[in-house]
Write a protein that binds this ligand. Structure first.
Ligand code: PLP
Ligand code: COI
Length: 353
């Protein structure tokens, strides 16, 4: 696809606002431009890079009524004046997996990569240089056909926007978080859309998240609908570390998002493996010291250490001494140093823009 470029003149670009900043929050700032294209009559067309701006969609656009929408989250890092994306091909493939689950059209992976690289090329100055920050990449697709019947839309918009961002959890890696283990709410059910990065999954998680906040917890650790197995967290996969140093990630099912961070850890650490984990065993093993560390994996969350779990009854389970453990720190340091290009990453994981 040929892309049209409608770029702001240099004097109207705003990347100078990054200068002098010492911290950045997650997802608040926007870069100057975005990539957009539309799907109609069975094909993707009109690829363009334009100033960041509002969309115009019909009040009857299906996304507004039936929530047919998916998204991705990826990151770009800068090193020695060059920009690098981290495993974006995996995000592009997962967007298509989500599209299949939501009956939306796929977008060729090469088209997604090309569009992102062209956008990043004009937004190089937007990659922050602050510690624990990056240029967060948010591709997304939504249904635009003006129709009130419930069926897959015939029209879609795909967009990539960028947000210079700091850590997802305030304070970044220096803090542990507390998770609520609740039997009251569930994120996904078998045969549903849990394995897709579907916007509706996040809308459905808000009530549980607010409930968690009311209990002074950062997020919910979701269980399966039978309240037997541990699944994942609202914006990250889950992991724990056993006394022997093994890293255990819940087995991917159709109710868990296949985290690219989890998959990377599984490839990088020979002592990492996946298991179906019973919540009762998990909590018991925290108490008897068999589990010594725990946390979450995600693009935005990176490696987030969990210090404590709280149940609906208010029972608290402190992991180890409740602080960041040495294994979690080692995973974080290895992963982040590969993203930054300080340690060599496997072939193709860091791609120069
Ligand atoms: N699980 C959920 C529900 C998420 O929203 C995310 C974030 O993307 C993850 C897991 C982590 O996935 P990834 O490592 O690919 O970002
Ligand atoms: C990401 O980690 O990229 C995500 O999409 C999580 C998000 C809900 C902030």
């Amino acid at each position: 696809m040929d892309f049209k470029l409608d770029l702001l003149p240099e004097e109207k670009r705003n990347h100078g606002c990054l200068k002098g900043l010492e911290t950045l929050s997650f997802g608040q700032m926007r870069s100057d431009h975005m990539f957009v294209c539309e799907y109609e009559d069975g094909e993707w067309k009109d690829g363009r890079i334009v100033p960041y701006q509002d969309f115009s969609i019909a009040p009857g656009a299906m996304v507004l009524h039936y929530g047919q929408a998916i998204f991705e989250g990826a990151k770009a890092f800068q090193r020695d004046g060059e920009l690098y994306t981290w495993r974006f091909d995996k995000n592009a493939e997962r967007l298509n997996e989500s599209a299949r689950i939501l009956c939306m059209p796929e977008i060729p992976v090469d088209l997604q990569i090309d569009a992102l690289n062209r956008l990043l090329d004009v937004e190089r100055e937007w990659c922050p240089k602050i510690e624990e920050s990056s240029l967060y990449i948010r591709p997304f697709m939504f249904a635009t056909q003006d129709s009130l019947g419930v069926h897959p839309s015939s029209k879609y918009t795909f967009c990539i926007m960028l947000s210079p961002s700091g850590p997802y959890y305030a304070g970044g890696f220096s803090n542990t978080v507390t998770l609520l283990v609740t039997e009251k709410f569930h994120r996904a059910t078998t045969g549903g859309t849990g394995a897709a990065k579907a916007c509706g999954n996040y809308a459905a998680s808000l009530r549980a998240q607010e409930f968690a906040k009311s209990k002074n917890c950062a997020q919910v650790l979701y269980l399966d609908v039978t309240n037997t197995y541990l699944e994942e967290v609202g914006a990250m996969n889950h992991f724990h570390i056993k006394k022997d140093g093994s890293i255990i990630i819940p087995e991917f099912t159709d109710t868990i998002l296949k985290s690219i961070t989890s998959q990377s850890v599984l490839e990088l650490f020979p002592n990492a493996r996946q298991e179906r984990i019973k919540i009762a065993d998990f909590l018991e093993q925290i108490e008897n010291g068999e589990i010594i560390e725990a946390g979450g994996f995600g693009t935005a969350a990176v490696i987030t250490p969990v210090g404590k779990y709280v149940t609906d009854e208010g029972k608290e389970y402190v992991v180890g001494n409740g602080e960041i453990g040495e294994h979690t720190r080692a995973i974080y340091e290895k992963y982040v140093s590969m993203q930054r290009g300080d340690t060599e990453a496997p072939e193709g994981w860091l791609a120069k823009v």
